[in-house]
Design a protein around this ligand. Sequence first.
Ligand code: C2O
Ligand code: CU
Ligand code: CU
Length: 466
Amino acid sequence: MKRRNFLKLGTTFALVPLLGQAGTKSSVKPFSQKLPIPRLASYRMKNGVKIFDLKIQEGEKQFFKGVDTDTYGVNADYLGETIRVHDGDRVRINVQNDLDEMTTLHWHGLKVSGTSDGGPHSTIPKGTTWQADMTIGQHASTCWYHPHTKGQTGRQVFMGMAGLFIIDDPASTRLPLPDHYGVNDIPLVIQDRRFYADGQFMYKQGMHDTMMGVTGDTRLVNGMIDPYVEVDPEQVRFRILNGSNARIYNLMLDGGYLFHQIASDSSLLPEPVALKNFMLAPGERAEIVMDFSQHPGKTFYLGDGLDQKRLLKIVVRDRKPIRTTLPEKLVKIEDYAHAKVAKRRQFTLNMAMGYLGINEKQMQMDRIDEVVKKDTFEIWEIWNPSPRPHPFHVHGTGFKVLSRDGKTPLINETGLKDTVLVYSREKVEILVVFRHLAPAERPYMYHCHILEHEDAGMMGQFVVEA
Ligand code: C2O
Ligand code: CU
Ligand code: CU
């Protein structure tokens, strides 16, 4: 689908009431269960290093009343705890694999070396522990983690392996933004799932699912179907991750209310952007602020315009409103402004009958596709001649979207990103730079973040050299 068609859909149906979940096994009344908030992962300090222990484990969860679904999770039955660190922190993460299969854990959005990035080469055989060491050095942002296992990423994510990785920095902590985790700074991991009649996840069934990506008729927010959240009549920030394997959302409030986007994948935006809806593709994040101070006692629904489905009920408590305003300026992204571009590279996303690749190649673990120099700005052109949109993701960097089809990018693409949705027959230019090394044994990846596409070969590897 072309970008204009997506946008057209987005603006027309805001007035049409969004429907609830149809035809699910849920015997629970829709929007009657409280939104779960992923716990913050605890850490211990040792020699100035924050040490986190993550255990990847099998679990069981009742998405439907009385039905146990087999799941994977990270320090939890389904999804994972939220890691929260500050710019400049020295961090060690011990990742213990208690599954009955091999896996990996990738820090999506983190600017760390290839050795710590957790790509498909950093395998964690079952029963073993992998250790990732890093020093956080990047803008405040909502990142996340998920497996990156060769050919198995889609299935392992579908089982529940994913969690948030929030980074704070001095600028973001100084700004008067809602930041009370779980109270007025609320993480939302949006996913869709397909289930068998017996309540187990129904993952990929064949070539059709590979080409289309696996989508489901049931939506989950933080691992729950049709949840509600209670907030005070004040400004509330939502950190939204599209953690779906393949589904793209056009997020909006039922009734077409305005809100502000304040951050994209990899940084705050230079200034808040007023929106009624925005697209969020798999792998992308957005932080938005909704001002409920005029609406004590009212109810809102966050929904998906593409599919006319409600996702989350927001109940505003009937209390005395707290009125605050958003800062006019949020962040300055200095280094990209004066970038000297040393090189251009082209990436063509290939999708043909039963074939998914990039530049006419499919991912091969023992082939390095690109060699990049550290601290050097490059323009990458991503061209999508295929009939469907693909979210293109690059490891080890935050990039600026320079243009879409030669025109200025969207108004909410002015910050740093690490995943960009490239619509059908569109060419997107991004400005990238890498601040860490990635050796040939632990290269970085670029790929489509539709996980079935990635697993089928729409991915390439690159090294970053000094
Ligand atoms: Cu979110 Cu290569 O991954
Ligand atoms: Cu990544
Ligand atoms: Cu794709």
